[in-house]
Ligand binder design. Structure first.
Ligand SMILES: Nc1nc2c(ncn2[C@@H]2O[C@H](COP(=O)(O)OP(=O)(O)O)[C@@H](O)[C@H]2O)c(=O)[nH]1
Ligand SMILES: [Mg+2]
Ligand SMILES: [Zn+2]
Length: 318
């Protein structure tokens, strides 16, 4: 019997929903497979399933059994205190970081923190500045300069307006055929943008939720939303999923592309680019080759990271 390849979009108890070229299937994970691999399925997993009942003409899902789990290209984990890491999403391709030019204005240090987490997880990042309509000519120049910094580092950068519908074609193209997570502060227009990309989606907008940074779905698992244009969006696992508050000092240095590129160029191999003599990174900042705001972000994240490491060490000694 032929096997169908599909993507796990939702998990409810021991049953999962799998999207295949022939339609959606409700599936049980074959017990043998589950015991052998000891792997827990996650949304985004690519699986091979055996069809039991074909999907209905009316769109009712078919039934199947998952026979095989394909190797994961990437995993997005959530680290939990006192518990094993949880895989929030498998095979995530990219993180789409959304910020607003105003209301609320973006903070570069926040953006850099997210980007460092994305680099650590080996994912691609796309930076979207939304609410372009709120910026006047003069302010637009500032934004374009900031956007240029990220574009210069090799990130894809979009300046869009969900309200005016500008840049949406390009955003659709970004999502096309990929598994994406949309992250960013509350109120920047993430839901509005997704609704604009896919009108049938009807995500609620405008609520300023204090929980947004953590995500609404902290207890239940994430879900993949299929886009008509091809591709999936993770119903946001929130920034927690990126373990951004748990970056080691080396991960911080490695997560800044322009700093990582200078590895080995400082006099000391373990240079942290603060006050050490003959530091190639600081020289590059002074020469204007490394953006000074990025460097400030680096120092800030490094400090955070070192403070956390010290805290952990103190806790271990206790
Ligand atoms: N002016 C302007 N407002 C926007 C734009 N996109 C979203 N908004 C507004 O920003 C608010 C927050 O949007 P929402 O999508 O809920 O943000 P989320 O928290 O990131 O999902 C809503 O009142 C939206 O109408 C835009 O491009 N321009
Ligand atoms: Mg929202
Ligand atoms: Zn250095």
């Amino acid at each position: 019997m032929s096997r169908l390849r599909g993507t796990v979009t939702k998990i409810v108890g021991t049953s999962s929903e799998v999207q295949t070229p022939r339609g959606a299937y409700r599936c049980d994970l074959r017990a043998r497979l589950f015991r052998r691999s000891k792997v827990r399925l996650a949304v985004g997993d690519e699986v091979l399933l055996e069809e039991r009942v074909a999907p209905g003409e009316d769109g009712t899902p078919g039934r199947g059994v998952i026979e095989e789990l394909c190797p994961r290209r990437t995993v997005l984990r959530r680290t939990r205190d006192f518990k094993r890491d949880q895989v929030l999403c498998a095979n995530l391709d990219q993180v789409v970081l959304v910020v607003a030019v105003l209301d609320p204005p973006y903070k570069r240090s926040f953006m850099d923190r997210v980007l460092v987490g994305v680099e650590r997880d080996g994912l691609a990042a796309v930076v979207v500045f939304n609410k372009r309509d709120l910026a006047d000519e003069e302010y637009l120049e500032v934004i374009e300069e900031d956007a240029g910094v990220y574009a210069g580092l090799g990130y894809r950068v979009l300046l869009v307006s969900a309200r005016e519908g500008t840049g949406l074609e390009e955003l659709r193209e970004v999502f096309h055929g990929k598994v994406s997570a949309v992250v960013g502060p509350s109120g920047v227009g993430k839901s509005t943008l997704l609704n604009a990309v896919q009108p049938g989606l009807r995500l609620r907008t405008g609520e300023v939720s204090a929980q947004d940074g953590r995500g609404r779905h902290t207890t239940t698992a994430a879900e993949l939303v299929r886009l008509d244009g091809g591709g999936y969006v993770v119903d946001t696992p929130g920034l927690r999923g990126f373990g951004l508050w748990d970056l080691g000092p080396e991960e911080v240095a490695a997560g800044f592309r322009e700093i990582a590129a200078l590895r080995g160029a400082c006099r000391f191999a373990d240079c942290r680019h603060r006050a050490e003599p003959d530091c190639a990174v600081r020289a590059a900042v002074e020469a204007g080759e490394v953006d000074s705001e990025r460097f400030e972000s680096y120092l800030r994240l490094l400090e955070d990271s070192e403070a956390r490491a010290a805290e952990r060490q103190a806790a271990r000694r206790r």
